[in-house]
Design a protein around this ligand. Structure first.
Ligand SMILES: Cc1cc2nc3c(=O)[nH]c(=O)nc-3n(C[C@H](O)[C@H](O)[C@H](O)COP(=O)(O)O)c2cc1C
Length: 469
């Protein structure tokens, strides 16, 4: 049985007194493993509490008075309230952990104790959880503001150690970390990124290109060092558990190692910028990787002036975050909503949102062509061709959605506009080339989605006008 022991005590209470009281209460509970010893903030420094936690090998947690007084403790006391500022310490402390109270308050001369039972392994304390969420929230992709300071070896080892503790399919640990400090090598890598940056810029519509020009996409030379995270897809031989069914898992594993590295680096105050403006084989050649090893992520790592509060792509207006409620489906695809909320369909959600939608400021137009031959349209960088039939050959200009009914088409249309708006679009021009109920549904969905997002919508019947005119 996993137990939580809540403790309130006068300052200076002896270890022996506290230990005897706790032992009796735990015996009354029927025995078990004390996982958490919890007390009010400040009292955790009492020597008796510290020693008891160490002896029990229990996690010592604290809770602020304000949290204790919110609990509905069964044995409140006006005396305790006068002394401690909350009507219950021991029982209330147990209740804050989510445990079920199984031994109510027991008292000695200087201490009170209560025991709770946890249904499952204990969570971290609220303060510890806050730290985890802090690092998750404050991790940033950093490309600006690297300072000319080195990364100490022990710090780098901790960061790489965190990456190396990542989960991996069949424990195959397919990653390696190539630390690159040499400036000549980095220049070559930077030149590859610069070429890709130019190619990407050329592919963009004019307005989008201007915005892109203001973005920085790498800090290969400015950062203290670079780390190439690689993947050996064959590591572990034939029978790697789990990889046999889905070979992609080996890549997922290496990507998770990057995330571990990123989070640990943030905790050390090191910025990390992931650069993917490469054809990976070209970087592999510069780095002299063996042919069976592939590049997963090229990271610029080092001390930085500051961590931006929001992603640079958000701050610059390039893209927006997608709400969590759009991403969570309950039981079946399309029933969207947060845990505990009534799920809604994307169409109902969009129709409701239209009433309060504010007009978007972006003037970026995406011209959505539903159906037709992509080759006829893709010279225009504003165009996105949506194909509803067979899966097309991979092409970023073509979006494949396997829609056959009108209703599915409407959903796809709504989601498509939402996604385009998240990527900076403010105006949607629609031309339906394909004559089908699915295509008509997509067109209707695009209209509903545009209204929901505050995007401008227009129908472009007939030939697409020349965008350069
Ligand atoms: C796989 C991957 C590749 C990325 N490649 C680049 C890149 O080449 N250049 C760049 O500036 N940012 C790159 N990023 C960073 C993303 O733009 C960034 O993660 C996103 O905008 C969210 O910002 P945040 O990481 O600060 O939360 C990449 C991120 C990932 C996960």
């Amino acid at each position: 049985m996993n137990l939580v022991v809540g403790v309130g005590l006068r300052s200076g209470t002896s270890y022996r007194e506290l230990r005897d009281l706790v032992s009796a209460a735990v015996a009354e509970a029927g025995g078990g493993r004390v996982r958490i010893l919890i007390t009010v903030e400040g009292r955790h420094q009492e020597p008796a509490v510290q020693r008891l936690a160490a002896t029990l090998n229990a996690e010592l947690q604290t809770v602020p008075k304000s949290e204790l007084s919110k609990q509905n403790a069964p044995t409140p006391s006006t005396v305790v309230e006068r002394l401690a500022g909350t009507p219950s310490v021991a029982e209330a402390a147990v209740l804050t952990t989510g445990a079920e109270l199984i031994v109510t308050k027991r008292m000695s001369a200087g201490a009170t104790v209560a025991v709770g039972q946890l249904g499952a392994a204990p969570a971290y304390s609220p303060g510890e959880r806050a730290v985890v969420h802090r690092v998750l929230g404050e991790r940033r992709d950093v490309r600006r503001g690297f300072v000319d300071l080195p990364v100490a070896d022990d710090v780098l080892e901790r960061v790489l150690g965190a990456a190396h503790r990542a989960p991996s399919v069949g424990l195959s640990q397919p990653w390696d970390f190539l630390v690159v400090r040499d400036v000549a090598t980095r220049r070559k890598v930077r030149d590859l990124a610069a070429a890709q940056r130019d190619a990407f810029a050329r592919s963009l519509p004019a307005g989008r290109r201007e915005r892109f020009d203001g973005l920085k996409v790498e800090a290969i030379l400015e950062s203290a060092l670079n780390v190439a995270v690689t993947c050996d897809p064959g590591r572990g031989g034939r029978h790697v558990l789990g990889r046999h069914a889905d070979p992609r898992t080996v890549w997922f594993s290496a990507a998770i190692a990057v995330q571990n590295l990123w989070l640990a680096a943030r905790a050390e105050g090191l910025g990390v910028g992931w650069v993917s403006f490469f054809e990976p084989g070209e970087v592999a050649a510069v780095l002299g990787l063996p042919a069976h090893v592939e590049l997963v992520g090229y990271l610029c790592v080092g001390p930085v002036e500051e961590f931006p509060e929001a992603p640079e792509l958000v701050q610059s207006g390039w893209a927006m975050r997608r709400p969590l409620a759009w991403a969570v489906h309950q039981e079946s695809w399309g029933n969207r909503g947060l845990p505990g909320a009534e799920p809604t369909s994307i169409v109902a959600d969009a129709e409701a949102a239209a009433a309060t939608a504010e007009a978007l400021r972006s003037e970026q137009t995406v011209r959505v062509i539903v159906g037709g031959n992509p080759a006829d349209y893709l010279d225009d960088p504003d165009v996105l061709v949506v194909q509803l039939g067979e899966r097309p050959a991979a092409d970023f200009g073509v979006l494949w959605r396997p829609v056959s009914s009108e209703a599915d088409g409407v959903e796809v249309g709504v989601e498509l506009v939402r996604d385009l708006v998240l990527q900076g679009a403010g105006r949607i021009a629609v031309r339906v080339v394909e004559e089908s109920v699915a295509a008509a549904g997509v067109a209707r969905g695009l209209r509903v989605g545009a209204a929901a997002c505050g995007a401008e919508w227009r129908d472009e019947p007939g030939e697409m006008p020349d965008s350069s005119a």
